[in-house]
Design a protein around this ligand. Structure first.
Ligand SMILES: [Zn+2]
Length: 403
């Protein structure tokens, strides 16, 4: 195990409270949120910032992520999603533009943000009171034909790669794509797994087809993550979530499943609502994809059919199940804030709400050591293990902040 890496993270242990201490549960949850390392592996802030450059500021803004709310919620590590749509005409340029935005934001407020490019950077940034923003690439398309841009994006600090998004790409099949073009990974995708291992970059199986995820697990020399996926058990037939066998396999490889908070990922009622809304739109407008019209239709549909928001407890059901079938060392959080629109559960509306999750976990009997694992230590263990695999091949992680 990555002793040096993990030691560098510092101790996040919380001293046990004295027996009979009168602090209320909510107060205790807020204190724990401030004390424990909280890592969220999927926040779509970069794309929101790109789409709404005027409306969005990194301080007190709309949306679900900003600095004041992150601090309020106790968030320490916010993986910024470098998301490229499958239809993007110039994937590399797009991904570079998102990374540029994050670099500019960190450079303009160095006392608040730092781009973390190795696991040890997390401890360094935390020690200086800054929010760590590592980069996760969602959709491997920007890596280019023959992975020609791989070195470029590794140098820019990408530290996990979700091989595909909503459609099969040159690397992998996607869970949303019925056409299994590669029956899993393409030959290039297989090579990408080895190359990402060699770089010490985590491989993310969220969005992949089952076959592709299994092939990643067979091939990866390092534990893998699912950066923002919930459980198919609660939403039968929803292939974007993970089935129990896959969850167990990720765990057996030492990896971690980071639960997506979106109601459509955790609640079957919400998923079915979305299906009914889509069917109603189709009935009225056919396949027309006019964005404004779609938005107006959705607003009217919501008026007539209130959206069945999930709750904090719905999300915790998913965490509980990973704990039950795979163990407490293999679950974490990947909220998908700024990525799932107005579908977030009651009580988990933005990055200020992590104390509500902690309170819910305390209510279910999780102890402080358990919380430490779920909120961040499990993910950091996997990040360190990925760096170890690279170190064995003579590649030290490039840190920006750690000495
Ligand atoms: Zn996603």
């Amino acid at each position: 195990m990555a002793l040096a890496c993990l030691t560098a993270l510092g101790a996040h242990g919380v001293p046990a409270k004295a027996e009979g201490e009168a602090a209320g549960l909510e107060e205790r949850a807020r204190a724990l949120a401030a004390q424990l390392l909280i890592v969220d592996t999927h926040i779509d802030f970069p794309i929101r910032r790109l789409m709404q450059p005027d409306a969005v500021r990194p301080l007190a803004s709309s949306g679900q992520f900003d600095y004041p709310r992150a601090r309020l919620g106790g968030l320490d590590v916010a993986f910024m999603s470098i998301f490229t749509s499958p239809s993007a005409p110039a994937p590399k340029r797009h991904a570079d533009a998102l990374i540029d935005l994050m670099e500019q934001m960190a450079a303009s407020m160095p006392e608040r943000f730092g781009i973390a490019t190795c696991a040890a950077d997390v401890a360094a940034l935390r020690a200086s009171g800054r929010l760590a923003l590592p980069l996760g690439m969602e959709n491997g398309s920007p890596l280019g034909a023959g992975l020609v841009n791989l070195d470029h994006f590794m140098a820019r600090g990408v530290r996990y790669v979700t091989l595909a998004h909503g459609r099969s790409n040159a690397l992998s099949d996607s869970s949303y794509d019925v056409e299994a073009r590669w029956r899993g990974l393409s030959p290039l995708g297989q090579r990408a797994v080895a190359e990402l291992n060699a770089w010490g970059v985590m491989i993310d199986v969220s969005h992949l087809s089952d076959a592709a995820a299994w092939q990643v697990l067979e091939r990866s020399a390092a534990p893998v993550i699912a950066s923002h996926s919930s459980l198919r058990h609660f939403l039968p037939g929803f292939h974007r979530n993970m089935d129990d066998a896959l969850v167990r396999a990720v765990a057996e490889g030492g990896g971690v499943v980071q639960i997506n908070f979106g109601s459509g990922f955790v609640s079957n009622a919400a998923r079915r609502w979305a299906e009914r809304a889509a069917a109603a739109y189709m009935k009225e407008h056919g396949g027309a994809r006019d964005r404004e019209g779609q938005r107006a239709f959705q607003a009217a549909y919501r008026q007539a059919h209130p959206y069945p928001y999930a709750t904090v407890d719905t999300v915790i059901d998913h965490i509980d199940r990973v704990v039950a079938i795979a163990g407490i060392e293999h679950v974490g959080i990947g909220s998908d804030y700024d990525g799932v629109g107005d579908t977030l559960p009651i009580g988990l509306k933005d990055v200020a709400d992590f104390p509500n999750l902690i309170a819910g976990l305390l209510r279910r009997g999780y102890g402080e050591r358990d919380l430490e694992r779920i909120l961040g230590a499990n993910l950091m263990r996997v990040w360190c293990a990925a760096e170890d695999v690279a170190a064995l091949q003579g590649r030290a992680p490039q840190c920006r902040h750690a000495g």
